[in-house]
Design a protein around this ligand. Structure first.
Ligand SMILES: Nc1ncnc2c1ncn2[C@@H]1O[C@H](COP(=O)(O)OP(=O)(O)O)[C@@H](O)[C@H]1O
Ligand SMILES: Nc1ncnc2c1ncn2[C@H]1C[C@H](O)[C@@H](COP(=O)(O)O)O1
Length: 222
């Protein structure tokens, strides 16, 4: 019996991994997808034509970058929908609007009219059939210091030049955002509790928690 069957995880589930930059979403996405034999939906980072420019000049490129991410996520949502689920998704679309676009608008690095245009496009997109809520959102959390260490260890050049205050602001916003998020059931995992890099077998404990949590939330829904 495979882990998906063992822990009664539906084969058509869509599970989104959320959390701040560097917390470990991509690593967790791959580990869970491998364990469940699910497909993956990753963000485009290396081939993103705006990301470097954005980190050099937030005000100039924030609208372009948000539109780029929105278009990419729309294509991914459509792909997941057409496959009929069975996906682990690296970051939710809710974070683009609820964290990044919001933060840049409030900090004055995204023009309010651009933000309005972006939001109306986002709202039009989520009204299409391609945007069902995920079955589960796994929120990865950790201390700011641990996350900054991970950003440094990963070493993406544009992130190294970004002031710590940017990551600190984002870390705080994530906490507030997840505390009021109600788009789908949320399972919180603290990054100190599982080390899937040093100890890959620990993914089974996470799969067990996912299965148990999904059963509970499904029972409550009935
Ligand atoms: N459990 C872990 N233990 C130690 N390092 C980790 C762990 N998970 C991820 N990392 C490392 O932290 C960095 C950020 O992880 P990544 O998965 O790319 O984060 P995200 O997708 O959230 O930005 C990478 O260098 C990755 O190898
Ligand atoms: N919506 C976004 N706006 C601005 N920046 C974003 C957005 N989504 C992702 N990013 C940035 C943050 C990181 O530098 C890379 C990849 O994110 P990660 O959390 O490391 O997967 O893109």
């Amino acid at each position: 019996m495979n882990l998906r069957e063992k822990y009664s995880i539906p084969p058509d589930a869509v599970i989104t991994i959320a959390g701040t930059v560097g917390v470990g979403k991509s690593t967790m996405t791959k580990a869970i997808a491998d364990a469940l034999h699910f497909k993956t939906s990753f963000e485009k980072v290396d081939s993103n034509p705006y990301l470097d420019r954005f980190y050099e000049d937030f005000s100039k490129w924030s609208f372009h970058l948000q539109i780029y991410f929105l278009a990419e996520r729309f294509k991914e949502q459509k792909r997941m929908f057409e496959y009929g689920g069975g996906f682990i998704q690296d970051r939710s679309i809710y974070e683009d609007t609820g964290i990044f676009a919001q933060m840049h608008k409030e900090k004055g690095t995204m023009d309010p009219v651009d933000h309005e245009t972006y939001t109306s496009l986002f709202e039009a997109m989520v009204m299409t059939p391609y945007f069902p809520h995920p079955n589960l959102l796994i929120y990865l959390e950790g201390s700011l210091d641990d996350i900054i260490d991970r950003i440094h260890d990963r070493g993406r050049p544009m992130e190294q030049q970004t002031p710590i205050s940017y990551w600190e602001e984002m870390h705080g916003r994530y906490e507030n955002w997840i505390n009021s998020f109600n788009g789908c059931p949320v399972l919180r995992l603290n990054i100190n509790d599982y080390d899937i890099v040093q100890n890959p077998e620990s993914v089974e404990v996470i799969i067990g928690r996912i299965g148990h949590f999904m059963e509970q939330t499904e029972a409550l829904r009935k």
